[in-house]
Design a protein around this ligand. Structure first.
Ligand code: PBG
Length: 334
């Protein structure tokens, strides 16, 4: 019987019973993060002889070709489920011609990773022009300086074939042009590349949390992406509509981006989506935790694992995170 002072004498529920021991908590856990659900985004810099640190992303580097191969193999051995590659070219131009050049840095890197890892991991390549354009936008520009949606789609179709040829299992359409998934799917199908899937970055918000990423890829962007990425002030309905469009156009996986500030969106998308739903814990989310940890203000490892758990609990079946390798090691030894 209840003997708590001031409460009536009848049995009361005691939720703390199941929290008493680690074994009870482990048995009753509803969600867990598994190493194989984590995808590691990696940066490969053309002409780099050594890995170069990225100031606003402590612990993350722009890889050289050899350090990329080594780090990718180590991450896969630690159990991560996939790799997402971004290229940082030496030369950028108006149309991002390095993006669909078979010898361009992204395609060369994918080919190297395919050679090293074969089908032992899921190899993904970013299908966007922003790393390759001298103006830093995700597409080609019209005369008035705005991003030309349909001219950009032509470039994406060509880039999709280049990434597929280089060895990507999945291409990540991250440019937020209307119709991009359909155009990429058709280009792949016409080349008989039915085997290559589309990871659609949608819903993808025009977020200031991408700041450190722009340093990571030496972005030349002046301005913002507010005219093509989604408005953070729009709600769940728009997110669901964007997802429905991309699924109809052939998206194999959709991805909510950023993750932690958009868990409401993630939960809504995951609740009713016919394809797997990923989340991207982006550079700014990473940087915030690293910065606070550096000051000794938070327990770094516990916080990073808690963020991953929260993203999982909100409904992500996989998460792109710069902590993928480290988290896989932490989870493996847990
Ligand atoms: C675009 C792209 C961006 C990110 C991934 N793909 C930058 C942007 O949209 O401005 C950001 C990822 C991150 O911040 O970690 N190619």
């Amino acid at each position: 019987m209840n003997d708590l002072p001031g409460l009536p004498a009848f049995p009361v529920s005691r939720p703390r019973r199941l929290r008493r021991t680690a074994a009870l908590r482990r048995l009753t856990a509803a969600v867990a993060v598994r190493p194989q659900d984590l995808v590691l985004p990696m940066f490969l810099a053309e002409g780099a002889a050594e890995p170069r640190p990225i100031g606003s992303m402590p612990g993350v580097v722009q890889h050289s070709m050899d350090s990329l191969a080594k780090a990718a193999i180590a991450a896969v051995q630690a159990g991560v489920g996939g790799l997402m590659l971004y290229g940082v070219p030496l030369v950028k131009d108006a149309t991002g011609s390095g993006a669909d050049d078979p010898n361009g840095i992204l395609n060369a890197g994918l080919a190297r990773l395919k050679f090293e890892l074969g089908d032992a991991t899921v190899l993904m390549g970013d299908l966007c022009l922003d790393e390759f354009t001298d103006h830093g936008h995700c597409g080609v520009l019209s005369l008035d300086g705005s991003v030309d949606n349909d001219a950009t789609l032509q470039r994406y179709a060509s880039m999709a074939l280049a990434l597929a040829e280089a060895g990507a299992d999945l291409v990540g359409t991250s440019g937020m042009m209307d119709g991009q998934v359909g155009v990429v799917r058709r280009a792949l199908d016409e080349a008989n590349r039915y085997d290559v899937g589309v990871l659609a970055y949608v819903p993808k918000y025009a977020s200031s949390f991408y700041g450190p990423f722009r340093e990571a890829v030496d972005s030349s962007l002046i301005g913002d992406r507010l005219t093509y990425q989604q408005d953070p002030a729009r709600g769940v309905a728009e997110a669901l509509a964007e997802v429905a469009l991309d699924v109809a156009e052939g998206a194999d996986i959709v991805m909510v981006k950023p993750a932690l500030p958009y868990l409401d969106i993630l939960t809504a998308v995951a609740a009713d989506c016919p394809v797997p739903v990923a989340a991207y814990q982006v550079s700014g989310e990473y940087a915030m935790v690293e910065a606070a940890a550096e000051r000794g203000w938070i327990d770094r490892e516990r916080v990073l694992l808690e963020t991953l758990l929260s993203i999982r609990r909100a409904g992500a079946s996989m998460t792109l995170t710069y902590w993928a390798h480290e988290a896989a090691v932490l989870l493996g030894s847990a």
